[in-house]
Design a binder for this molecule. Structure first.
Ligand SMILES: *Cc1c(COP(=O)(O)O)cnc(C)c1O
Length: 416
């Protein structure tokens, strides 16, 4: 029911989906001139190695040795068959999940945090700034910078800063400095978009600092492909030829992309993005160039967007509250290679609790979106009497999200 790989089988090259996309990606545009960006435009914020990866069309990119050593602290992660959930559903489907919750920060996010910190350190940059919503990305980067002896400054969405103290304490334990955002509007609850503006402004204004983004960008999804590459090996060990459908929750697209991108070339594998109904970027947004942040400081990206001034309602899946989406995921959805669905949070928590009561593990609210969709796929297979193979991304645990479970269990959760 559980397939593990030895630590020498962490993938040694990342899978670059660029040459396999249904259409070429539109270039990012300069926020002032609206002309395509060159590498020099990004140099104040990112190291050259990451800028090269952002634009690369090489099919494989080697993982540097020091990054492999860091990934081996928790990778390869297990592939688990959710057999007890299958039994509870009475489905002929076989449900597998890739368990990214075993990382030190509790989610998939350290996969890119260690790579980004490494390339910055190599270029002589000792300090990174970033934003965080509920705190998962901030804690991943704080963890990575701690291991590499770097400084880390995290701008945390103010609403979460007040309501989710334990992730802040994790970041501080790893040595990061955390500040509530927006820094200049102490009464504003904040949003990911405004925290990005704060972090970009900080990095752009200091020679010793770069900025680091936890999702959305091509190089982030690239680093996350270790998830799907390992899952392919593990599914083969489980005796499966291929999954029929690969499912992931989608905030900026990194855990979904990490699991799904290595399956893009196989046309027999369906890909499914799951988002909250209250922040329906892929299912109801428009496909257009838009800024990544509220203040309009970042490059314009070609993506599905709800508008950079959209302030999503404060749902429990903080990691899925983003107005835009990864250009790669947007490209796949726009050209029909990936489907997207949206669920209200009440039905998402129904699924989370069903999962916890059958499989045991308590999932993050973000992850529970993927679980909801996996359960619905398994129920459809039951109706149709088909043996579907379902693979989903278990992107993180929910042990620091227990307030959300308390709200759900006591009937205080807004079901929409
Ligand atoms: C951040 C996060 C997400 C959403 O971000 P993506 O970049 O879309 O993956 C999903 N699940 C967990 C556990 C997260 O921490």
């Amino acid at each position: 029911m559980r397939w593990t790989l030895p630590s020498d089988q962490v993938p040694t090259a990342w899978f670059n989906v660029a040459p396999h996309l249904p259409a070429p990606l539109d270039p990012p545009l300069h926020p002032g001139t609206r002309q395509p960006l060159g590498p020099d435009d990004l140099a104040p914020l990112f190291p050259m190695a990451l800028i090269a990866q952002e634009m690369s069309t090489e099919p494989w990119i080697d993982v540097p040795g020091p990054v492999l050593d860091l990934l081996r602290l928790w990778r390869p992660t297990p592939l688990v068959r959710a057999h007890r959930l299958e039994q509870a559903l009475g489905t002929p489907a076989r449900i597998y999940y890739k368990d990214e919750s075993v990382s030190p920060a509790g989610s998939h996010k350290p996969n890119t945090a260690v790579a980004q910190a490494h390339y910055n350190k190599e270029e002589g940059v000792p300090r990174l700034t970033t934003e965080t919503g509920a705190g998962q990305w901030g804690s991943a980067l704080a963890f990575a910078t701690a291991l590499l002896g770097m400084e880390c400054k995290v701008y945390m969405v103010r609403a979460s800063f007040g309501q989710k103290p334990y992730r802040r304490v994790m970041m501080e334990t790893w040595g990061a400095t955390v500040e509530a955002s927006p820094v200049d509007e102490p009464d504003h609850p904040g949003s990911l978009g405004s925290a990005i503006s704060d972090a970009v402004r900080d990095a752009a204004g200091r020679a010793d600092s770069h900025y680091s983004l936890g999702s959305v960008l091509n190089h982030v999804l690239l680093h996350q492909t270790v998830i799907g590459l390992e899952a392919k090996e593990q599914l083969a060990l489980a005796g499966e030829e291929r999954p029929d459908v690969v499912i992931g929750s989608c905030g900026g697209g990194s855990n979904l992309g990490g699991l799904a991108l290595p399956f893009v070339p196989d046309a027999d594998v369906e890909l499914l993005a799951v988002e909250p109904a209250s922040c329906p970027t892929l299912t109801e947004g428009r496909f257009d160039y838009d800024f990544g942040d509220t203040a309009g400081l970042t490059p314009l990206l070609s993506m599905y967007t709800l508008g950079h001034d959209f302030v999503p309602p404060s749902i429990h899946a903080g990691g899925l509250r983003y107005h835009g989406d990864s250009p790669i995921i947007s490209n796949l959805v726009r050209h029909g290679r990936m489907r997207a669905v949206a669920y209200p949070q009440g039905t998402v928590f129904d699924a989370a609790v069903q999962f916890a009561r059958t499989q045991g593990s308590i999932p993050a609210p973000e992850t529970s979106h993927a679980i909801r969709a996996a359960i619905d796929e398994a129920l459809r297979a039951k109706e149709e009497g088909t043996e579907r193979v379902i693979l989903f991304s278990y992107s993180g645990h929910g042990l620091l999200d227990l307030q959300a479970y308390d709200d759900y269990l006591s009937g205080r959760l807004d079901a929409s």
